[in-house]
Design a protein around this ligand. Sequence first.
Ligand code: A3P
Length: 335
Amino acid sequence: MNNNATQKELPIISQEELEEIKKALPKSSWGVNGRELLFYQGFWFSESMLARTLSFQRHFIARDSDLIITGLPKTGTTWLKSLLHMIVNREISPVTQNGLLKNHPHELVYTLEGDIYGEAFAYPQPQHLDELPSPRLLSTHLPYAPLPESIRTSNCRLLYTCRNPFDALTSLFHFVTAMVEKSNVGEPPRFEDIFESFCQGKTPNGPFFEHVLTYWKMSLEQPDKVLFLKYEDLKDDPVSHLKRVAEFVGMPFTLFEESEGVIDQIIEFCSFGNIKELEVNKTGDLKTFFEKKSFFRKGEVGDWKNHFTPAMTEKMTELMEEKLRGTGLSFKLIP
Ligand code: A3P
């Protein structure tokens, strides 16, 4: 891969072309004020995300040194962004002066189709990507197959985060509710509607299990390319998983750093209790539709128990067993 390649110009696709593409795609609502999702390359996208995804697919050029966080929304991407930022920048900015003291994690690690290839002009435009020093820390919610070709074929590395579907769904419900309330448009969603859509695979970037399983498979086939992380594992044993991440990105902790407590300091700084309380994460918005604080809600394993009825638990358990059978993948559901 040519590391000097620059982003292609004109990243935003025209409205006419978008309309043509949309006409041919299956559509479905998903329990949020009748909002529509479109089925593109085997996955569901909102209309605005489809446009951004098309631009991202066509124009992004990966560098071999890129480190790209991937994962479905609400599976721990904000946490992983914080940890990765701290690992990569630990020499130039120690914990006491690190960038997360003044920036929300999403302002330090851009979500490519959300922040860069869209019309959210508060954010840098695609050309800005060329100016970022290596390694660039980036992220995407895209499933594996629709990723831009250069991500799949270059030597860039992907860090995939996933979470048990019960908690991922619960977190999604709260996040969407907060978004609807902030926009003041329409009624907040009902948990049972989002639950049904989720079980049918119809949530943004879903189906959930297909998204997870393609990355799971890639992580087994190409462990140097894809690191597969689970939210519950990070909660249980942050030290060993932080070390895994640091090794995967080629920046392992030295014995000296370990003895100086650097790993513990990073974990503590990025812990839910600490990062949620930073002033920068408590007030203000990200773009116009998210409140910064909405990315930090409860930060627990097992909150789904407060939302699922027994019938929902049975249905999701069956679905999970069916989808994961024979894959070697399993999830922890309670702390
Ligand atoms: P809950 O809604 O269950 O609290 P994402 O970052 O992918 O959008 O995922 C958001 C979820 O991760 C939310 O889950 C949020 O509270 C949780 N989260 C954010 N930062 C975290 C941290 N530092 N440690 C643990 N969980 C965190």
